[in-house]
Design a protein around this ligand. Sequence first.
Ligand code: SF4
Length: 213
Amino acid sequence: MDKNAMFVIEERVKRTIDSLEKNNMSGYYVQTEEEALKKIEELISEGDTVSVGGSMTLFEIGVIELLRNGKYNFLDRYQVGLSPAEIKEVFRKSFFADAYFTGTNAITENGELYNVDGNGNRVAAMLYGPDKVIVVAGRNKIVKDIDQAILRVKEMAAPANNVRLNRDNPCTMTGYCMDCTQESRICNEYTVIKRQGNKNRIHVIIINKELGY
Ligand code: SF4
């Protein structure tokens, strides 16, 4: 990327991390997937019970692979052959995890995390339960404020996820949210994490890459 454009992006990342810190969340800026994985290994310990929320970013940068390396007690929702009842059990057990990994739909420059879920398991665990929540996001997830975060989900994250999941919802035709009333709608729980009461619970790793939706 052009160095002038990179300057603008890096200033945006710095503002965002400062705001996260003011909101009692820890922010980290890394350049590569490898640096992100190293930071994750610093934040968790061998033997920890770990779990994940649905996220393309976690697959893209190798977090799922890392958690499957045998050093951790991984509650693996992606194990082949799990029944719906077993997946539900993983979701529920995740509330007791030492660390919960997730992406995010948007991070505002005011240091807020905005997310939309279909089941609510991911946002529920972000809000309460796991001792530590580690959010991993590409620089493309940073937006100015909550209005922009809402727009980002409607115009990018939600339609793209619908296409990925092969849902027969109107956004897969238009490329933007039509606020549908379909049974197969995946946008159900809308959450804003404005601040953490428990400092050091939420850690946000921002990678200098375009990742996920
Ligand atoms: S509310 Fe419906 S149309 Fe809008 S993004 Fe979600 S699934 Fe698509």
